[in-house]
Ligand binder design. Structure first.
Ligand code: SAM
Length: 494
């Protein structure tokens, strides 16, 4: 789609600055940036190679055994799916589960009993009860209450619904007045509130809270200490939650860039004062914006509405109008974001062209964020107990397990952009895979060797189910915008 027909005036007014932001970095700066990332991640077994033909690729700088850890990559930005926020309370920075097993169970059942899922009102209500972690044991009366509720429903556990557990009981679980047996073996970090006073984000530590506040959240917070307009931000978030939460990631990326730019500007100002140098100029300000934008400039990207796969239910004859609708949707989201956090010195970030490329970068590179639930571990632990301890524990746990039903094991789900993992090319016979081990309980990407990898070999992952037949693989990879040239495809190509 031609950008001259863009509905966004900034696309025309700031075209030269936008072109500079979206230009490919030099091969030397790509190399230097990723060498530094590899050093910071301490994954010295890897090397990034850049080739004008195939772009970036990750290569083994040592031999890897099958199953060996290749990379743990920290996300640049990530977000929990809004619908998943009802199921799991996690740190908004590192995505560890927080609070307690009781809080996780009580909060989820309470929200379900409100009859709401990802609705903001309900989330606020529950968060307000979810403040403290406690460890009181069941009293005899409470125990009887639970069993009464349980027995009232007869023997069929499938009949049990959340409303059989009273609101009081769920609130006691949430606020720590009621505790379940053996949960001390499943300790979780405490719930730290957002420093800006919003009830949307929670953290596992002050370190995570402060780091998120300084790098991203202070502009996106809807609390009283927000650095933006909370009412406008609520409108933006509501639109994103109701349409596509990829917009929340894009907002985080823009916020990250603005805050970084402001830090660079402050440092520049102090440096000028110290050395009696001339202050900022338009040029020096734009150079600082380019520097703040650098991590995004390195990502592989195309405009969202150009690269998004055509859904199966859209007739190819209507492709142009589908892509125009996607662009309009992005423009609506961008205007809402602009109302909340616009910064004139960072104006090019609010052009539709830049917004479209940021979202397109997520569309083409994002990895699912998955963190296993400690609630699942807890119920499995109880289930594996020998008799009679198992039956004794189940007197307390069974009503909650039955109320949770199949949902007891829902993990934290979201989406994230990882700067190094996203440089890994696809192969239908990959040498590595993204796979969380038992000990990987946060949102980092974990890449393991799925066969021995020799020194100098490319580390590849599969973006799709590589066991599909050739034609289906190509069809799925076409959605990623490329024809696979891996050895397996070259061999199987008819
Ligand atoms: C997630 S990026 C991988 C890193 C990318 N090479 C870069 O320069 O940033 C995905 C893009 O890399 C290219 N790519 C990855 N695997 C490929 C393959 N097997 N065959 C052809 N192109 C591939 C495609 O352009 C694809 O859209």
């Amino acid at each position: 789609m031609d950008s001259s027909s863009s509905p966004c005036p900034l696309d025309r007014e700031l075209s030269s600055q936008i072109a500079a932001l979206l230009a490919s970095p030099s091969s030397q700066s790509i190399q230097d940036f990723h060498d530094e990332l590899i050093r910071l991640r301490e994954c010295h077994g890897l090397k990034l190679k850049y080739d004008k033909e195939v772009g970036k690729g990750v290569y083994a700088n040592k031999e890897f055994k099958e199953g060996e850890l290749i990379l743990k990559d920290q996300m640049l930005v990530a977000a929990q799916h809004s619908s998943n926020k009802v199921d799991c309370l996690v740190c908004s920075k590192c995505f560890r589960f927080i609070g307690s097993i009781e809080l996780q169970i009580g909060r989820k059942l309470y929200l379900q009993s409100c009859g709401l899922s990802s609705k903001r009102d309900c989330t606020y209500k529950a968060f307000s009860c979810a403040s403290e972690e406690g460890c009181a044991e069941f009293s005899e009366d409470e125990e009887n209450d639970i069993m009464e509720n349980y027995n009232d429903l007869g023997s069929s556990s499938s009949n049990l619904k959340t409303h059989t557990l009273s609101e009081e009981m769920l609130k006691s679980l949430i606020n720590g007045d009621l505790s379940l047996p053996y949960t001390k073996n499943f300790g979780l970090p405490p719930v730290i509130k957002c420093p800006g006073g919003c009830e949307e984000e929670h953290y596992c530590s002050k370190l995570c809270a402060d780091s998120d506040w300084e790098s991203v959240h202070s502009l996106l917070c809807t609390g009283q200490s927000s650095a933006s307009s909370p009412a406008a931000m609520v409108k933006f978030l509501e639109h994103a939650n109701g349409t596509n939460d990829i917009f929340i990631l894009a907002a985080k990326m823009i916020s990250f860039t603005i805050l970084k730019y402001r830090k660079l500007k402050q440092l520049h100002f102090e440096d000028c004062k110290l050395h009696n140098k001339l202050g900022e100029t338009d040029d020096s300000r734009f150079l600082m914006l380019l520097e703040a934008w650098k991590p995004i400039s390195m990502g592989f990207k195309k405009r969202w509405w150009d690269c998004i796969a055509l859904p199966d239910d859209v007739d190819p004859c209507n492709e142009a109008s589908f892509r125009a609708q996607i662009r309009d949707l992005a423009f609506t989201s961008l205007q809402l974001l602009k109302d909340a956090i616009f910064d004139n010195e960072c104006a090019p970030l609010f052009s539709l062209e830049v917004y479209g490329h940021i979202i397109g970068m997520f569309e083409l590179n994002n990895l699912d964020l998955v963190v296993a639930s400690p609630v699942e571990d807890y119920f499995i632990y109880i289930d594996e107990f020998p008799s009679p301890e198992k039956e004794e524990a189940e007197i307390h746990t069974r009503p909650f397990l039955d109320s949770l039903g199949d949902e007891y094991s829902v993990c934290c789900q979201g989406t994230a952009f990882f700067p190094l993992q996203s440089c890994m090319n696809h192969s239908c016979a990959p040498s590595a895979k993204a796979f969380k081990r038992d000990e990987d309980r946060d949102g980092q990407a974990v890449i393991l060797a799925c066969r021995p990898i020799s020194l100098g070999e490319e580390v590849t992952i599969s973006y799709i189910d590589e066991d599909l037949p050739y034609e289906e693989r190509q069809a799925q990879l076409a959605d990623y915008g490329f024809k696979c040239r891996c050895p397996k495809c070259s061999e199987e190509e008819p």
